[in-house]
Design a protein around this ligand. Structure first.
Ligand code: MN
Length: 493
């Protein structure tokens, strides 16, 4: 490696050999690069985001009339506690610092090149095995060391005693949501299995993980087994999107299996985490080490996420299927008894809090969230004799329209455990109101014995189909959804 070889007549031989000036828009200087500059100035550095076969960042330092270059699979580290790999690549012409655009398919490095940052640097040390610089860029500032570990393999290290660069991990984001619909046909989509659990964003910073539900509730204390995730990525700053799931006695992913955990913390949560541990299934990356990844297309975010290799006793990164037709994966989900699939546009950015057509959820079984607007007693004679109900018979359910008006969609009377019937009664009794919260009529026989409640609790039910009257046919109670606000409930097709 000719890192210090000033005066080498053609530092760009390898660069030129890989490229055909007639086929690539990249600069391909014909003449050998000059070994000396006319006037003294600070040398430049540039970091280019290169979406090639694999997304990476090219780190280039001007030296001896060329750009000495490394490819960084995870970019320039922003935190002194986290070194990144750097692979030495061929020297590039200085003009390359200005290059942005598309390298055509079939050419070397095919893909797009964008400027991540550029500036000048002060040289502190340069040998064949170690390079020390102080960067002065827009995004990247401070002292860095590149050191060789063998052959073309190097590491890049942000020197200690410096603050981490970049923005803090955001704490106020809401997950991006999918629009329900049929499986999209054609290319440009990746599909993932849909997991029947609780959606949660996980924020990792300073060796600590915090979990937040889609409606902003802090779930960290409820799922202590997932917190250990932060220890395995000790110095990274991350914001992850995923689903907390649990298995039932038959080993199937079950929303109901999470129910006993809701609202628990401390020793109670710890006890439950041992008897039936939950898992965090990670499917998106929103922030990485001081930098938002939300603007990146899904395919790039996925690539970065997978490079983190987040896999442990209570967390996994389940695969995405970009090359499988969505309908095929849906059939696999059905065969495996899973809830369905979520299809995601490969080119779409992450839009926090937005229900976006770039994400499409396709369910195997009809499953619907609905707002509880009242309940009937298990023993109707209680109501007839004006006795307070002792157990819940059925929940009266509604779905709000776009204006927030609650429409009655039917009652669910099966799927409850005895425990459910008692706990629901306790919770709902506290919400009792004198008038029906539904804008549309409830069947008279039910209305007569109903206790109306403030419509704030969300239940999840499975059902056969929608009737002509817009009611749920054969609904079965799956559980309460503390992670969902009533205003978030929408009718599934
Ligand atoms: Mn590259």
């Amino acid at each position: 490696m000719a890192s210090g070889a000033a005066g080498n007549p053609d530092r760009l031989r390898e660069y030129r050999a890989r490229r055909d000036a007639a086929r690539t828009p990249e600069p391909v200087p014909a003449a050998p690069a000059k070994g000396k500059r006319g006037r003294a100035r600070e040398p430049i550095f540039v970091v280019q985001e290169h979406r090639a076969t694999a997304l990476h960042w090219d780190f280039r330092l001007e030296r001896d009339g060329v750009l000495v270059s490394w490819a960084l699979p995870k970019g320039v580290p922003t935190d002194p506690r986290r070194d990144h790999r750097a692979v030495r690549t061929e020297d590039h012409p200085v003009e390359y610092a200005d290059f942005t655009g598309r390298i055509p398919a079939g050419e070397y490095g095919a893909g797009t090149v964008a400027t991540y940052d550029r500036g000048t640097y002060a040289l502190q040390k340069w040998t064949d095995d170690e390079v020390k610089v102080e960067l002065s860029g827009e995004r990247l500032t401070g002292r860095y060391t590149l050191f060789r570990t063998g052959g073309a393999d190097w590491m890049i290290h942000r020197e200690k005693g410096q603050e981490p660069l970049g923005e803090p991990v955001p704490d106020d984001l809401r997950p991006m949501l999918a629009v329900p619909g049929p499986a999209p046909a054609g290319g440009g989509w990746a599909a993932e299995f849909k997991w029947d659990g609780i959606r949660a964003l996980c924020r990792v910073e300073g060796g600590r993980a915090r979990l937040r539900s889609r409606n902003g509730n802090d779930l960290t204390e409820t799922y202590p087994e997932i917190r250990a995730l932060a220890k395995t990525v000790s110095s990274a700053r991350l914001l992850l999107d995923g689903e907390i799931i649990a298995l039932d006695a038959a080993g199937k992913v079950s929303f109901g299996a999470l129910q006993p955990r809701f609202g628990t913390s401390g020793s109670e949560a710890l006890r439950l985490s041992r008897s039936n541990p939950a898992s965090y299934l990670i499917f998106d990356l929103l922030h990485l080490d001081g930098r938002s990844t939300r603007e990146l297309p899904y395919s790039d975010r996925r690539e970065l996420l997978e490079s983190l290799e987040l896999s442990g006793p209570h967390w996994q990164t389940p695969p995405a299927f970009p090359d499988t037709p969505v309908a095929e994966l849906l059939a696999a989900a059905r065969a495996a008894g899973l809830e369905g699939v979520v299809a995601k546009r490969l080119d779409a950015p992450y839009q926090p809090g937005v229900r976006s057509p770039a994400w499409r959820k396709v369910k195997v079984t009809g499953s619907q969230s609905a707002v509880i607007g009242g309940f009937t007693p298990l023993k109707r004679q209680d109501a007839a004799r004006s006795r307070p109900p002792r157990e819940i018979g059925a929940l009266l359910l509604g779905i709000p329209d776009a204006a927030g008006t609650l429409h009655y969609v039917g009652k669910v009377g099966s799927g409850f455990t005895e425990h459910d019937r008692r706990v629901l009664l306790e919770e709902l009794s506290e919400l009792a109101v004198p008038e029906s919260p539904f804008a549309t009529a409830v069947d008279a026989a039910d209305a007569r014995v109903a206790t109306w409640v403030r419509p704030v609790v969300v239940a999840e039910v499975t059902f056969g189909e929608w009737t002509a009257k817009g009611r749920l046919r054969h609904p079965v109670f799956k559980g309460i959804r503390p992670d969902k606000d009533a205003s978030e409930v929408v009718r599934e097709p």
